[in-house]
Design a protein around this ligand. Structure first.
Ligand code: SF4
Length: 359
């Protein structure tokens, strides 16, 4: 088996040649792409399964699940994570699907949180979840080393929640938020996709709910990542619209020092409480992107919107040297485009839905 990346989109033969010649760097070098962006954030999707069926993420029926035999084991995930950390990755974010559906989730957290970078400092372990299993699992996750939580919550109204997620589980999510608020994990973030005529009359309410739970609400512009390919730009509520609504309730002051973070943040009424907006469509932040993704079935992706994947699975499932995995990480980073091009007429939505990519 060769270490040449498996390409879904345009072939990039130079990356393969550079990989063999070592031009892309050697183990321990930072993961730098051709635009100078240093990659420090590895998003690890643990499963494509979910206990909800959000309309902007998955079709109601007919979703093609990843084959169980292709799902990375804990040992395989840990190996990739350890190599990435040696290359300067400082944050692992566990995603899905719903990461808490992994039966070995506490062990995943324990093993990954024990990984340290070359400077001996432990990597920071974060998770994005729908929150449903937090009441039962959070104590074990915190004990295992989880440091930060993002919980998805698009609406506070039960009928809307049921329509949006196709499941009547709002009370379970709210119990998860309460459990997170009662834990010591801070900053706690709640993520809401803003959607026209769905929840755009709840923006102030959602921020207030977050404040009441010592959390930061972060609104996300809806992106073309749904498995059903039904994204409609006119349904998207833009950053400007969100800010206009929030400004009717609070005075907003920009928080400086965003760095590579996806969210722009504002303080509320000049205090310490904040709100964030992730404006991936109308104000892309790709120029500072430091993110790399590992899907549950062992594909490396250099962008949410990438149509190219780098297949680690065969390397992980045969006798292979760590250098081969390191080389694939480098090839993936090297192949990264400057941005997502959502706003270009020729934009192509990736074949995978959000649940199989990882948020
Ligand atoms: S769209 Fe791609 S390049 Fe841009 S910020 Fe997101 S992951 Fe990074």
């Amino acid at each position: 088996m060769s270490t040449v990346p498996v390409m879904i989109g345009m072939p990039r033969p130079r990356a393969a040649a550079d990989l063999r010649s070592g031009v892309l760097g050697v183990p321990g070098d930072p993961l730098v792409d051709t635009y100078g962006r240093v990659h420090r954030d590895l998003r690890i999707s643990l499963t494509d399964r979910c206990s909800l069926r959000c309309t902007y993420c998955m079709p109601e029926q007919g979703n093609e699940w990843l084959a169980r035999s292709s799902i990375l084991t804990l040992d395989e995930i840990e190996r990739v994570a350890r190599i990435a950390a040696a290359d300067g990755v400082t944050t692992f974010r566990l995603t899905g699907g719903e990461p808490l559906l992994r039966t070995d989730i506490v062990d995943v957290v324990r093993r990954l949180s024990a990984i340290a970078g070359p400077d001996g400092r432990p990597v920071e372990l974060a998770m994005t979840t729908n929150g449903i299993r937090l009441p039962e699992l959070l104590p074990g996750l915190v004990d295992a080393g989880l440091k930060r939580l993002n919980i998805s919550l698009d609406t506070l109204r039960r009928d809307r929640f049921r329509d949006l997620t196709r499941r009547d589980r709002l009370d379970d999510v709210l119990a998860g938020v309460a459990a997170a608020a009662a834990s010591g994990l801070r900053p706690l973030k709640l993520n809401a996709v803003a959607m026209r005529d769905v929840n755009d009359d709840e923006l102030v309410e959602l921020v207030q709910f977050a404040l009441d739970h010592d959390a930061e609400l972060r609104f996300i512009e809806q992106m073309p990542l749904d498995a059903g390919h039904t994204w409609d730009r006119s349904r998207m509520v833009t950053r400007e619209e969100i800010l206009d609504v929030l400004a009717t309730r609070w005075s907003l002051t920009p928080v400086p020092g965003r760095g590579g973070a996806p969210a722009e943040r504002w303080t509320l009424d000049g205090g310490s409480r904040t709100v964030g907006v992730i404006a991936s469509v109308t104000a892309p932040f790709c120029g500072d992107c430091d993110r790399l993704r590992l899907t549950a079935d062992g594909q490396l992706r250099n962008c949410l919107f990438s149509t190219t994947e780098y297949d680690l699975l065969p390397i992980l499932r045969r006798e292979s040297a760590d250098e081969e995995i390191d080389g694939m990480l480098r090839a993936c980073v090297h192949g990264k485009l400057p941005g997502h091009a959502i706003n270009d007429p020729g934009f192509l939505q990736p074949a995978r839905g959000m649940n199989a990519i990882g948020g």
